[in-house]
Design a binder for this molecule. Structure first.
Ligand code: PNS
Length: 162
């Protein structure tokens, strides 16, 4: 059974992420969405919130999606999940340097690990979690860029703060 890990901060999940996950479900038996704990970083959504929003969005996929969190090295998480495959989305050339560095670093940490890339659908090539957070914080409409549950959660976050 081919299992692939899709790691990230997911603060929050965007339609760019869901596009990659859905396409990966068409190729692999199981996708483990690995949410980075980011203990030192100030996230908008807590780890539990980020995980819950992903679970809600992929409830229909049943056992074929697992949402888990990790801290520390991704290659060690991959070993615990008994897979060698890591998936990342590429939006544009500008993503390439960072992604190549991570893939090569992971390879040097564990030679058996392979990082696979899917090009993000063009419609979402400009979407990032950080821009979504910024626009939503100023009251901009990010509805077309994130799942419904995430849009509602963003509205709640910023109406509480505002
Ligand atoms: O969504 P992001 O923030 O671009 O995801 C980055 C992530 C989580 C894939 C990356 O920061 C990561 O793998 N962190 C774990 C630490 C690690 O393994 N570092 C060595 C490889 S760069």
């Amino acid at each position: 059974m081919a299992t692939i890990i899709f790691p990230g901060s997911f603060d929050p999940l965007t339609l760019g992420h869901t596009d990659i996950i859905n396409r990966a479900l068409g190729i692999f038996d199981k996708v483990v969405v690995a949410v980075l704990e980011n203990a030192g970083k100030a996230n908008l959504f807590s780890l539990q919130e980020r995980e819950a929003l992903i679970r809600e969005e992929f409830a229909h996929a049943g056992q074929r999606i697992e949402v888990d969190s990790f801290s520390g090295l991704l290659v060690e998480f991959a070993q615990r999940k008994k897979t060698r495959l890591i998936l990342r989305g590429l939006r544009a050339i500008s993503d390439f340097d960072y992604e190549a560095q991570m893939a090569l670093m992971n390879k040097s940490l564990s030679n058996e690990v392979e990082t696979l890339f899917l090009m993000t659908q063009e419609t979402y090539s400009y979407v990032s979690s950080s821009l979504v957070r910024q626009v939503a914080s100023f009251g901009g409409d990010v509805g077309p860029l994130v799942p419904k549950g995430v849009n509602n959660a963003l509205k709640k976050k910023f109406s509480k703060k505002g």
